[in-house]
Design a protein around this ligand. Structure first.
Ligand code: 5GP
Length: 226
């Protein structure tokens, strides 16, 4: 399955980008505001889709199965691990989370770029498996603001809240392993910056080889003849 994915990533030609679909990994501590940023980018940047993860945690607030996540029992998640159905998975704050290989494959084949909103362990697995994945870390402006956001969300149990806050400093430390860091102090600026990273990555020469072949061949036929 992973070989097929690598092939899809290597050979598929794409859409709006004119190259092939790319994997965009976005990580931040829980409550870092990446959900809002990503929602904006999905609404404003054409050709980007979102990987809906599987998780064993219970739905929070207004979350719906198949929308934010596919909510599954631990036994079902473990069965999916056994069947090799995850591109990556990790245990985060006491629950299991995983990215569906089939979903990612489908989107890349359709020529879409796909955003994986995953934790820093998941980001590390993707970096190991997929050389040209784009990695972006969303940095909340301060620990206190992160705490306030998590408390205001009011959807985590006190134990969950504590686990998330306790994990934040180590997660933030991991920003060094990402190609891009976006400081989320202003939602407008931060979402524009996220969109800008996607547009800039699409313009990379290596990502456009399929699209450029025809144009370069066109110029090539006049080489030395004028
Ligand atoms: P939350 O429970 O707040 O929605 O997510 C908790 C953490 O799990 C966040 O850091 C989120 O990015 C991460 N996460 C969500 N889906 C996945 C996934 O498929 N794989 C991994 N590794 N982490 C995920």
């Amino acid at each position: 399955m992973l070989n097929e994915l690598a092939n899809a990533i290597d050979t598929e030609s794409s859409n709006v980008a004119g190259g092939r679909g790319m994997l965009i990994v976005v990580s931040s501590p829980s409550g870092g505001g990446k959900g809002t940023l990503i929602d904006r980018v999905l609404r404003t940047v054409p050709g980007v889709s979102y990987s809906i993860s599987y998780t064993t945690r219970a739905p929070r607030g207004t979350e719906q199965d198949g929308h934010e996540y596919f909510f599954v029992l631990t036994a079902a998640f473990e069965e999916m691990i056994r069947r090799g159905e995850f591109l990556e998975w990790a245990s985060v704050y006491g629950y299991l989370y995983g990215t569906s290989l089939a979903q990612v494959e489908r989107e890349l084949k359709a020529g879409h770029d796909i955003i994986l909103e995953i934790d820093v362990q998941g980001a590390a697995s993707i970096r190991k498996k997929i050389d040209d994945a784009v990695s972006i870390f969303i940095l909340p402006p301060s620990f206190e603001l992160l705490r306030q956001r998590l408390v205001a969300r009011g959807t985590d149990s006190p134990a969950d809240l504590e686990r998330r806050l306790r994990g934040a400093p180590a997660e933030v430390e991991q920003h060094r392993n990402f190609q891009y860091v976006i400081l989320n102090d202003d939602i407008n600026r931060a979402s524009q910056q996220l969109a800008a990273v996607i547009y800039a990555e699409r313009a990379r020469r290596e990502r456009q080889s399929a699209r450029l072949t025809e144009t370069l061949a066109d110029f090539g036929q006049f080489s030395g003849k004028l």
